[in-house]
Design a protein around this ligand. Structure first.
Ligand code: S3P
Length: 449
Protein backbone atom coordinates (compact mmCIF):
# COMPACT_ATOMS: atom_id res chain seq x y z
CA UNK A 1 0.00 0.00 0.00
CA UNK A 2 1.56 3.31 -1.00
CA UNK A 3 2.04 5.94 1.66
CA UNK A 4 0.27 9.14 0.69
CA UNK A 5 1.63 11.40 3.44
CA UNK A 6 3.88 14.37 2.87
CA UNK A 7 7.08 14.70 4.89
CA UNK A 8 6.58 15.49 8.58
CA UNK A 9 9.63 17.11 10.19
CA UNK A 10 9.87 16.42 13.92
CA UNK A 11 12.21 17.73 16.63
CA UNK A 12 13.31 15.98 19.84
CA UNK A 13 14.56 17.95 22.84
CA UNK A 14 16.61 16.91 25.87
CA UNK A 15 14.10 15.38 28.27
CA UNK A 16 13.81 14.77 31.98
CA UNK A 17 13.96 11.18 33.29
CA UNK A 18 11.83 8.73 31.26
CA UNK A 19 9.59 6.78 33.61
CA UNK A 20 6.87 4.16 33.28
CA UNK A 21 6.05 1.18 31.14
CA UNK A 22 4.91 0.57 27.58
CA UNK A 23 4.00 -2.29 25.25
CA UNK A 24 5.63 -2.20 21.83
CA UNK A 25 3.51 -3.12 18.80
CA UNK A 26 3.34 -6.70 17.47
CA UNK A 27 6.43 -8.11 15.82
CA UNK A 28 6.62 -7.07 12.17
CA UNK A 29 8.18 -10.31 10.90
CA UNK A 30 5.58 -12.49 12.60
CA UNK A 31 2.74 -10.15 11.55
CA UNK A 32 3.60 -10.41 7.82
CA UNK A 33 3.91 -14.19 8.08
CA UNK A 34 0.62 -14.54 10.01
CA UNK A 35 -1.36 -12.96 7.18
CA UNK A 36 0.56 -14.83 4.48
CA UNK A 37 0.30 -18.27 6.08
CA UNK A 38 -3.34 -17.52 6.90
CA UNK A 39 -3.94 -16.95 3.17
CA UNK A 40 -2.08 -20.18 2.33
CA UNK A 41 -4.13 -22.28 4.78
CA UNK A 42 -7.67 -23.42 3.98
CA UNK A 43 -10.10 -22.04 6.60
CA UNK A 44 -9.98 -19.20 9.12
CA UNK A 45 -6.79 -18.05 10.84
CA UNK A 46 -7.25 -15.66 13.78
CA UNK A 47 -4.48 -13.17 14.62
CA UNK A 48 -4.28 -11.20 17.88
CA UNK A 49 -1.74 -8.44 18.44
CA UNK A 50 -1.02 -7.88 14.74
CA UNK A 51 1.23 -4.89 14.00
CA UNK A 52 -1.11 -2.39 12.34
CA UNK A 53 1.72 -0.53 10.61
CA UNK A 54 1.74 0.42 6.94
CA UNK A 55 4.09 -2.43 5.95
CA UNK A 56 1.78 -5.11 7.36
CA UNK A 57 -1.34 -3.38 6.00
CA UNK A 58 0.34 -3.73 2.59
CA UNK A 59 0.53 -7.48 3.16
CA UNK A 60 -3.16 -7.55 4.12
CA UNK A 61 -3.96 -5.80 0.81
CA UNK A 62 -1.70 -8.17 -1.14
CA UNK A 63 -3.35 -11.26 0.36
CA UNK A 64 -6.77 -9.83 -0.55
CA UNK A 65 -5.51 -9.33 -4.11
CA UNK A 66 -4.65 -13.07 -4.18
CA UNK A 67 -8.22 -13.94 -3.16
CA UNK A 68 -7.98 -14.22 0.65
CA UNK A 69 -10.59 -12.57 2.88
CA UNK A 70 -8.78 -10.42 5.45
CA UNK A 71 -10.84 -8.55 8.04
CA UNK A 72 -10.21 -6.61 11.25
CA UNK A 73 -12.73 -6.83 14.09
CA UNK A 74 -13.50 -3.89 16.40
CA UNK A 75 -11.49 -5.77 19.04
CA UNK A 76 -8.42 -5.43 16.74
CA UNK A 77 -8.50 -9.18 16.12
CA UNK A 78 -7.72 -10.02 12.48
CA UNK A 79 -9.22 -12.94 10.59
CA UNK A 80 -7.84 -14.42 7.37
CA UNK A 81 -9.83 -16.90 5.32
CA UNK A 82 -7.41 -18.45 2.90
CA UNK A 83 -7.95 -19.94 -0.51
CA UNK A 84 -4.97 -22.14 0.42
CA UNK A 85 -1.76 -23.24 -1.30
CA UNK A 86 -2.32 -23.54 -5.05
CA UNK A 87 -5.73 -21.86 -4.75
CA UNK A 88 -4.60 -18.23 -5.00
CA UNK A 89 -6.13 -16.06 -7.72
CA UNK A 90 -4.30 -13.87 -10.22
CA UNK A 91 -4.32 -10.29 -8.88
CA UNK A 92 -6.22 -7.87 -11.11
CA UNK A 93 -3.92 -4.92 -10.58
CA UNK A 94 -0.35 -4.07 -9.68
CA UNK A 95 0.52 -4.81 -6.02
CA UNK A 96 2.13 -1.70 -4.52
CA UNK A 97 4.08 -2.79 -1.46
CA UNK A 98 4.97 0.73 -0.31
CA UNK A 99 8.13 0.64 1.86
CA UNK A 100 7.94 -3.06 2.84
CA UNK A 101 11.00 -5.09 1.81
CA UNK A 102 10.05 -8.17 3.84
CA UNK A 103 6.50 -8.06 2.53
CA UNK A 104 7.41 -7.88 -1.13
CA UNK A 105 10.23 -10.44 -0.99
CA UNK A 106 8.06 -13.03 0.76
CA UNK A 107 5.11 -12.28 -1.54
CA UNK A 108 7.35 -12.70 -4.61
CA UNK A 109 8.00 -16.26 -3.40
CA UNK A 110 4.31 -16.95 -2.87
CA UNK A 111 3.31 -15.49 -6.24
CA UNK A 112 6.24 -17.09 -8.09
CA UNK A 113 5.09 -20.67 -7.62
CA UNK A 114 1.58 -19.95 -8.87
CA UNK A 115 0.84 -20.24 -12.59
CA UNK A 116 -0.25 -16.65 -13.17
CA UNK A 117 1.34 -13.23 -13.52
CA UNK A 118 1.79 -10.83 -10.59
CA UNK A 119 3.37 -7.38 -10.83
CA UNK A 120 4.87 -5.72 -7.75
CA UNK A 121 6.08 -2.18 -7.18
CA UNK A 122 6.92 0.01 -4.19
CA UNK A 123 7.89 3.46 -2.94
CA UNK A 124 11.04 5.45 -3.70
CA UNK A 125 13.03 3.36 -1.21
CA UNK A 126 11.74 -0.10 -2.18
CA UNK A 127 12.28 0.32 -5.94
CA UNK A 128 16.00 0.90 -5.26
CA UNK A 129 16.47 -2.30 -3.24
CA UNK A 130 17.91 -5.52 -4.75
CA UNK A 131 15.33 -8.18 -5.62
CA UNK A 132 17.76 -10.51 -7.48
CA UNK A 133 18.42 -12.30 -4.20
CA UNK A 134 14.89 -13.75 -4.35
CA UNK A 135 14.34 -13.63 -8.12
CA UNK A 136 17.41 -15.81 -8.85
CA UNK A 137 16.24 -18.84 -6.86
CA UNK A 138 12.72 -18.34 -8.27
CA UNK A 139 14.14 -18.43 -11.82
CA UNK A 140 15.74 -21.78 -10.94
CA UNK A 141 12.27 -23.04 -10.04
CA UNK A 142 11.13 -22.16 -13.56
CA UNK A 143 9.55 -18.79 -12.76
CA UNK A 144 9.54 -16.21 -15.57
CA UNK A 145 10.67 -12.78 -14.39
CA UNK A 146 10.57 -9.37 -16.01
CA UNK A 147 12.16 -6.75 -13.79
CA UNK A 148 13.68 -3.32 -14.11
CA UNK A 149 17.45 -3.26 -14.68
CA UNK A 150 19.48 -4.68 -11.81
CA UNK A 151 16.52 -6.85 -10.79
CA UNK A 152 14.72 -3.89 -9.20
CA UNK A 153 10.99 -3.26 -8.88
CA UNK A 154 8.62 -2.92 -10.65
CA UNK A 155 8.85 -6.64 -11.43
CA UNK A 156 6.48 -9.25 -12.80
CA UNK A 157 6.69 -12.93 -11.94
CA UNK A 158 4.78 -15.69 -13.72
CA UNK A 159 4.94 -19.19 -12.25
CA UNK A 160 5.13 -22.30 -14.45
CA UNK A 161 2.41 -24.96 -14.39
CA UNK A 162 4.78 -27.31 -12.60
CA UNK A 163 7.53 -25.51 -10.68
CA UNK A 164 10.80 -27.36 -10.11
CA UNK A 165 12.06 -28.00 -6.57
CA UNK A 166 15.50 -26.53 -5.85
CA UNK A 167 18.28 -27.00 -3.35
CA UNK A 168 19.55 -23.50 -2.62
CA UNK A 169 22.47 -22.47 -0.44
CA UNK A 170 21.94 -18.88 0.71
CA UNK A 171 24.71 -16.60 -0.62
CA UNK A 172 23.69 -13.86 1.89
CA UNK A 173 22.53 -14.32 5.47
CA UNK A 174 18.92 -13.33 4.87
CA UNK A 175 15.74 -14.55 6.51
CA UNK A 176 13.82 -12.84 3.74
CA UNK A 177 15.50 -14.93 1.04
CA UNK A 178 15.16 -18.14 3.07
CA UNK A 179 11.48 -17.42 3.69
CA UNK A 180 10.72 -16.47 0.10
CA UNK A 181 12.06 -19.81 -1.16
CA UNK A 182 10.28 -21.82 1.55
CA UNK A 183 6.96 -20.08 0.85
CA UNK A 184 7.40 -20.71 -2.89
CA UNK A 185 8.23 -24.34 -2.04
CA UNK A 186 4.79 -24.82 -0.49
CA UNK A 187 3.34 -24.96 -4.02
CA UNK A 188 6.17 -26.93 -5.65
CA UNK A 189 5.71 -30.70 -6.07
CA UNK A 190 8.59 -32.48 -4.28
CA UNK A 191 11.12 -31.22 -1.76
CA UNK A 192 12.51 -27.70 -1.76
CA UNK A 193 15.71 -27.34 0.28
CA UNK A 194 17.30 -24.18 1.71
CA UNK A 195 20.78 -24.40 3.23
CA UNK A 196 21.55 -21.63 5.65
CA UNK A 197 25.26 -21.36 6.56
CA UNK A 198 24.59 -18.62 9.15
CA UNK A 199 21.35 -18.81 11.19
CA UNK A 200 18.87 -15.97 10.68
CA UNK A 201 15.48 -15.32 12.31
CA UNK A 202 13.50 -18.55 12.25
CA UNK A 203 9.88 -17.37 12.37
CA UNK A 204 8.97 -18.89 9.00
CA UNK A 205 10.16 -22.34 10.03
CA UNK A 206 8.44 -22.17 13.44
CA UNK A 207 5.19 -20.95 11.93
CA UNK A 208 5.25 -23.46 9.07
CA UNK A 209 5.58 -26.21 11.70
CA UNK A 210 2.60 -24.79 13.61
CA UNK A 211 0.51 -24.61 10.40
CA UNK A 212 1.22 -28.32 9.82
CA UNK A 213 3.53 -27.98 6.80
CA UNK A 214 5.74 -30.94 5.84
CA UNK A 215 8.94 -29.25 7.03
CA UNK A 216 12.11 -30.81 8.35
CA UNK A 217 15.20 -29.07 9.79
CA UNK A 218 18.60 -30.68 10.20
CA UNK A 219 22.09 -29.44 11.09
CA UNK A 220 24.70 -30.21 8.42
CA UNK A 221 28.26 -31.42 9.06
CA UNK A 222 29.60 -27.87 8.63
CA UNK A 223 27.05 -26.53 11.15
CA UNK A 224 24.71 -25.07 8.52
CA UNK A 225 20.95 -25.45 8.87
CA UNK A 226 19.27 -27.55 6.19
CA UNK A 227 15.57 -26.78 5.86
CA UNK A 228 13.37 -28.95 3.66
CA UNK A 229 9.73 -28.39 2.80
CA UNK A 230 7.52 -30.78 0.84
CA UNK A 231 5.13 -28.90 -1.40
CA UNK A 232 1.45 -29.22 -2.24
CA UNK A 233 0.23 -30.24 1.23
CA UNK A 234 -2.64 -28.39 2.90
CA UNK A 235 -1.87 -26.01 5.77
CA UNK A 236 -4.14 -25.94 8.82
CA UNK A 237 -5.45 -22.54 9.99
CA UNK A 238 -4.12 -21.29 13.34
CA UNK A 239 -4.87 -18.95 16.23
CA UNK A 240 -1.83 -16.67 16.48
CA UNK A 241 -0.87 -14.29 19.29
CA UNK A 242 1.85 -11.95 18.00
CA UNK A 243 4.47 -11.03 20.62
CA UNK A 244 5.89 -7.49 20.96
CA UNK A 245 8.53 -6.49 18.42
CA UNK A 246 12.08 -6.44 19.85
CA UNK A 247 13.15 -4.16 16.98
CA UNK A 248 10.60 -1.54 18.10
CA UNK A 249 11.31 -2.16 21.81
CA UNK A 250 14.93 -1.22 21.03
CA UNK A 251 14.04 2.50 20.82
CA UNK A 252 12.60 2.98 24.34
CA UNK A 253 15.30 0.64 25.71
CA UNK A 254 18.14 2.79 24.37
CA UNK A 255 16.26 6.00 25.28
CA UNK A 256 16.09 4.85 28.92
CA UNK A 257 19.81 4.05 28.92
CA UNK A 258 20.91 7.46 27.62
CA UNK A 259 18.43 9.81 29.33
CA UNK A 260 19.65 10.51 32.87
CA UNK A 261 17.50 9.20 35.75
CA UNK A 262 15.30 6.99 33.54
CA UNK A 263 13.59 3.78 34.67
CA UNK A 264 11.42 2.16 31.99
CA UNK A 265 9.83 -1.27 31.55
CA UNK A 266 9.11 -2.46 28.02
CA UNK A 267 6.53 -5.23 28.31
CA UNK A 268 5.79 -8.37 26.32
CA UNK A 269 8.92 -8.35 24.15
CA UNK A 270 9.79 -11.32 21.91
CA UNK A 271 12.99 -12.99 23.18
CA UNK A 272 13.58 -15.44 20.32
CA UNK A 273 17.39 -15.99 20.38
CA UNK A 274 17.66 -15.07 16.67
CA UNK A 275 16.51 -11.54 17.65
CA UNK A 276 18.33 -10.71 20.89
CA UNK A 277 21.74 -9.50 19.62
CA UNK A 278 21.07 -5.90 20.71
CA UNK A 279 20.30 -6.90 24.31
CA UNK A 280 23.50 -8.97 24.38
CA UNK A 281 25.53 -6.03 23.06
CA UNK A 282 24.00 -3.47 25.43
CA UNK A 283 24.68 -5.78 28.40
CA UNK A 284 28.33 -6.06 27.25
CA UNK A 285 28.38 -2.27 27.19
CA UNK A 286 27.42 -2.32 30.88
CA UNK A 287 23.69 -1.56 30.53
CA UNK A 288 21.37 -1.99 33.50
CA UNK A 289 18.86 -4.36 31.91
CA UNK A 290 16.77 -6.92 33.79
CA UNK A 291 14.42 -9.33 32.06
CA UNK A 292 11.40 -10.09 34.22
CA UNK A 293 8.39 -12.35 33.88
CA UNK A 294 9.76 -14.66 31.15
CA UNK A 295 6.89 -16.68 29.70
CA UNK A 296 5.74 -18.44 26.53
CA UNK A 297 3.34 -16.73 24.12
CA UNK A 298 2.27 -18.50 20.92
CA UNK A 299 5.29 -20.81 20.87
CA UNK A 300 7.78 -17.97 21.48
CA UNK A 301 9.47 -16.76 24.66
CA UNK A 302 8.58 -13.22 25.75
CA UNK A 303 9.51 -11.10 28.75
CA UNK A 304 9.29 -7.63 30.28
CA UNK A 305 12.53 -5.66 29.96
CA UNK A 306 13.34 -3.19 32.76
CA UNK A 307 15.99 -0.64 31.83
CA UNK A 308 17.58 2.04 34.01
CA UNK A 309 19.88 4.85 32.93
CA UNK A 310 23.54 3.87 32.99
CA UNK A 311 26.72 5.25 31.45
CA UNK A 312 27.81 2.70 28.81
CA UNK A 313 31.26 1.80 27.53
CA UNK A 314 32.22 1.20 23.89
CA UNK A 315 32.63 -2.38 22.61
CA UNK A 316 33.53 -4.28 19.45
CA UNK A 317 30.44 -5.93 17.99
CA UNK A 318 31.51 -9.04 16.05
CA UNK A 319 30.29 -9.73 12.51
CA UNK A 320 28.81 -13.03 13.71
CA UNK A 321 26.20 -11.10 15.72
CA UNK A 322 24.86 -9.16 12.73
CA UNK A 323 21.96 -11.49 11.79
CA UNK A 324 20.52 -11.39 15.33
CA UNK A 325 20.46 -7.58 15.45
CA UNK A 326 20.48 -6.52 11.80
CA UNK A 327 17.71 -3.93 12.25
CA UNK A 328 19.13 -2.62 15.54
CA UNK A 329 22.45 -1.10 14.40
CA UNK A 330 20.97 2.38 13.86
CA UNK A 331 19.80 2.60 17.47
CA UNK A 332 22.96 0.88 18.74
CA UNK A 333 24.94 3.66 17.04
CA UNK A 334 22.98 6.19 19.13
CA UNK A 335 23.81 4.29 22.35
CA UNK A 336 27.45 4.17 21.16
CA UNK A 337 27.54 7.97 20.71
CA UNK A 338 26.90 8.38 24.46
CA UNK A 339 29.26 5.55 25.53
CA UNK A 340 32.75 6.00 26.93
CA UNK A 341 35.23 5.05 24.18
CA UNK A 342 34.82 3.56 20.72
CA UNK A 343 32.22 1.13 19.43
CA UNK A 344 33.16 -0.84 16.32
CA UNK A 345 30.43 -2.61 14.35
CA UNK A 346 31.87 -5.14 11.92
CA UNK A 347 30.40 -7.22 9.10
CA UNK A 348 27.37 -4.98 8.57
CA UNK A 349 27.48 -4.70 4.75
CA UNK A 350 23.79 -5.76 4.55
CA UNK A 351 22.96 -2.44 6.19
CA UNK A 352 23.68 -0.74 2.87
CA UNK A 353 20.64 -2.40 1.21
CA UNK A 354 17.98 -1.80 3.86
CA UNK A 355 15.25 0.88 3.62
CA UNK A 356 18.21 3.23 3.07
CA UNK A 357 21.99 2.79 2.98
CA UNK A 358 21.97 2.69 6.77
CA UNK A 359 25.74 2.90 7.26
CA UNK A 360 25.79 6.15 5.25
CA UNK A 361 22.59 7.49 6.85
CA UNK A 362 23.79 6.87 10.42
CA UNK A 363 27.24 8.27 9.73
CA UNK A 364 25.83 11.44 8.15
CA UNK A 365 23.30 11.91 10.97
CA UNK A 366 25.88 11.46 13.71
CA UNK A 367 28.34 13.85 12.03
CA UNK A 368 25.53 16.44 11.69
CA UNK A 369 25.12 16.19 15.48
CA UNK A 370 28.79 16.57 16.37
CA UNK A 371 29.77 12.88 16.74
CA UNK A 372 32.96 11.58 15.13
CA UNK A 373 32.58 8.37 13.10
CA UNK A 374 34.66 6.28 10.73
CA UNK A 375 32.72 4.62 7.93
CA UNK A 376 34.07 1.47 6.23
CA UNK A 377 32.51 -0.44 3.33
CA UNK A 378 31.09 -2.97 5.80
CA UNK A 379 31.74 -1.38 9.17
CA UNK A 380 31.10 1.65 11.33
CA UNK A 381 33.19 3.03 14.18
CA UNK A 382 31.55 5.52 16.56
CA UNK A 383 33.69 7.62 18.90
CA UNK A 384 31.55 8.00 22.01
CA UNK A 385 31.51 10.77 24.61
CA UNK A 386 29.62 11.83 27.73
CA UNK A 387 28.00 14.73 25.88
CA UNK A 388 26.62 14.73 22.33
CA UNK A 389 26.29 18.29 20.95
CA UNK A 390 23.14 17.63 18.81
CA UNK A 391 21.60 20.58 16.97
CA UNK A 392 21.64 18.77 13.61
CA UNK A 393 19.07 18.21 10.87
CA UNK A 394 18.96 14.54 9.87
CA UNK A 395 17.95 13.23 6.44
CA UNK A 396 15.83 10.13 7.11
CA UNK A 397 15.89 8.84 3.50
CA UNK A 398 12.42 7.16 3.71
CA UNK A 399 13.78 5.02 6.55
CA UNK A 400 11.66 4.62 9.71
CA UNK A 401 14.52 3.31 11.83
CA UNK A 402 16.77 6.25 10.94
CA UNK A 403 13.94 8.63 11.93
CA UNK A 404 13.30 6.94 15.30
CA UNK A 405 17.01 6.54 16.12
CA UNK A 406 17.82 10.22 15.71
CA UNK A 407 14.72 11.33 17.61
CA UNK A 408 16.02 9.20 20.50
CA UNK A 409 19.42 10.92 20.13
CA UNK A 410 17.68 14.27 20.53
CA UNK A 411 16.20 13.24 23.91
CA UNK A 412 19.70 13.23 25.45
CA UNK A 413 21.77 15.57 23.25
CA UNK A 414 22.71 19.10 24.38
CA UNK A 415 20.76 20.81 21.58
CA UNK A 416 17.51 19.61 19.91
CA UNK A 417 17.74 17.21 16.96
CA UNK A 418 15.42 17.49 13.97
CA UNK A 419 14.53 14.71 11.53
CA UNK A 420 13.28 15.79 8.11
CA UNK A 421 10.48 13.21 7.99
CA UNK A 422 8.90 11.29 10.84
CA UNK A 423 5.95 10.12 8.70
CA UNK A 424 7.85 6.96 7.73
CA UNK A 425 7.67 5.78 11.35
CA UNK A 426 4.09 4.65 10.59
CA UNK A 427 5.48 1.75 8.55
CA UNK A 428 6.57 -0.18 11.67
CA UNK A 429 5.68 1.72 14.88
CA UNK A 430 2.69 4.07 14.41
CA UNK A 431 2.35 4.72 18.18
CA UNK A 432 6.06 5.61 18.66
CA UNK A 433 5.59 9.33 19.34
CA UNK A 434 2.61 8.88 21.68
CA UNK A 435 4.17 6.05 23.70
CA UNK A 436 7.51 7.85 24.06
CA UNK A 437 5.74 11.07 25.05
CA UNK A 438 3.90 9.06 27.72
CA UNK A 439 7.30 8.20 29.26
CA UNK A 440 8.30 11.89 29.30
CA UNK A 441 9.99 12.30 25.90
CA UNK A 442 9.78 15.81 24.42
CA UNK A 443 8.93 16.12 20.73
CA UNK A 444 7.59 19.05 18.74
CA UNK A 445 6.59 19.56 15.12
CA UNK A 446 9.35 21.31 13.24
CA UNK A 447 7.85 23.46 10.52
CA UNK A 448 11.24 24.89 9.54
CA UNK A 449 12.57 21.35 8.80
C1 S3P B 1 13.22 -9.76 8.11
C2 S3P B 1 14.51 -10.08 7.86
C3 S3P B 1 15.61 -9.11 7.87
C4 S3P B 1 15.21 -7.78 8.51
C5 S3P B 1 13.84 -7.34 8.09
C6 S3P B 1 12.81 -8.38 8.47
C7 S3P B 1 12.19 -10.80 8.05
O1 S3P B 1 16.03 -8.90 6.54
O2 S3P B 1 16.15 -6.78 8.19
O3 S3P B 1 13.51 -6.12 8.72
O4 S3P B 1 11.06 -10.61 8.55
O5 S3P B 1 12.48 -11.88 7.49
P1 S3P B 1 17.14 -9.86 5.86
O6 S3P B 1 16.74 -11.23 6.18
O7 S3P B 1 17.10 -9.61 4.41
O8 S3P B 1 18.43 -9.46 6.49
Amino acid sequence: MPTDHGPKPLRATRSGPLKGSLRPPGDKSISHRSLMLGALAVGETVVEGLLEGEDVISTAAAMRAFGATVTRGEDAVWRVAGPGVGGLLEPEGVIDYGNAGTGVRLALGIAGSHAFATTFTGDGSLIKRPMGRVLDPLRRMGVQVIARSGDRLPATVRGPDVPVPVEYRLPVASAQVKSSILLAGLNVPGTTTVIEPVPTRDHTERMLQAFGAAIDIETGEDGSRIIRVDGRHDLKPQHIVVPGDPSSAAFPIVAALIVEGSDVTVENVLLNPTRTGLLETLIEMGADIVIENRRAVGGEEVGDIRVRHKRLKGVRVPASRAPSMIDEYPILAIAAAFAEGDTLMEGIGEMRVKESDRIAAIAAGLVANGVTVEEGPESLLVHGGAEVPGGGLVATRLDHRIAMSFLILGLAAEKPVTVDDAATIATSFPAFQGLMTGLGARFEEATDG
